[in-house]
Design a protein around this ligand. Structure first.
Ligand code: HEM
Length: 267
């Protein structure tokens, strides 16, 4: 951890220095780091130090990258096992975006089926991406819960209908999550306890909206822009899990992609 810290700190120090040097280029369009640096000494005398800023950036890297990437990877794996879902998501993207341009973030609100698939992936019974929640709490509180105390919630988080989960073996099957329950849609904001990919309560993921957009945008772009298939000779997907801060695939997914849009769209 010490050696990683030294490397990470050097990278962040360089990032702050480069930001300071190129501030003028972003005049009128300050970004997140500019805003933090502007407030290094606030009006009420409180200070945000460089160390605070570096800690915040490193928090965002740690909390925001693996979680989103892992969710997309599981969603792709499940869609490869259920090609009908991939086809339907592609048909929706074609209807909304067409084949002559790339999918953009502004298209996402119109892609209801894709959104449901992403919810399905985040709640997939066999590989929820949220164990970080319980582990981090334990660490921050100075006490790691006994594994026995952790496992029941970890097993059942993201499950709507018991151990078989929302979609049985096809974890991303989105239909159940689109169904209305007690007049409300299942939402991932910590209100439906069967579905809390971002945690719930006061420590709920502070990047949940960004996280949802990351996942929908990454998956949507891949669904829309390419046809996917497993490499030759690989018929079965290895769905083994690797437990870490998130639950990732033990064997990274390998997919062959074929463009499906008009050539001009990729330029
Ligand atoms: C699909 C993507 C994501 C998932 C599944 C996810 C999940 C979670 C979970 C389960 C927690 C713990 C909540 C709790 O303790 O109850 C958490 C915390 C956190 N997440 Fe995310 N997250 C995602 C994306 C992001 C992104 C993109 C960012 C920032 C850019 C982010 C920033 C954070 C931060 C800063 C915390 C700590 C909040 C605190 O303890 O006050 N997350 N996330």
């Amino acid at each position: 951890m010490r050696s990683v810290h030294v490397r990470f700190d050097a990278m962040l120090t360089k990032l702050l220095q480069e930001h300071e040097a190129s501030k003028k280029e972003r005049q009128g369009r300050p970004d997140f780091i500019d805003k933090l640096m502007e407030n290094r000494v606030t009006e009420d005398g409180q200070t945000i130090t460089d160390v605070n800023i570096k800690a915040l950036i490193s928090d965002l890297f740690t909390a925001g990258t693996d979680t989103s990437a892992v969710t997309v990877e599981w969603a792709m794996a499940e869609m490869l096992r259920n090609p009908a879902i991939l086809k339907r998501a592609q048909a929706e993207a074609d209807a909304v975006v067409g084949r002559d341009r790339l999918l953009e973030e502004s298209d996402l609100p119109k892609l209801a089926y894709l959104q449901a698939v992403c919810k399905g992936a985040a709640s997939a019974p066999v590989h929820p991406s949220q164990p970080a929640a319980l582990l981090l709490r334990g660490v921050r509180g100075g006490r790691l819960p006994h594994p026995q105390q952790q496992s029941p919630p970890r097993q059942h988080l993201g499950h709507r209908e018991g151990p078989e989960g929302v979609g049985g073996p096809a974890g991303v099957r989105p239909r159940p999550l689109r169904r209305r329950r007690r007049g409300a849609k299942y939402d991932p904001h910590g209100n439906d306890f069967e579905f809390i990919p971002f945690g719930a309560g006061r420590r709920i993921c502070s990047g949940k909206l960004t996280g949802m957009v990351f996942v929908q945008y990454m998956l949507g772009a891949l669904v829309h822009s390419f046809d996917w298939r497993l490499p030759d000779g690989e018929e079965e997907l290895d769905m083994e899990e690797k437990h870490g801060l998130t639950i990732s695939k033990a064997v990274p997914l390998k997919v062959l992609l074929t463009p499906r849009l008009s050539a001009a769209a990729y330029i």
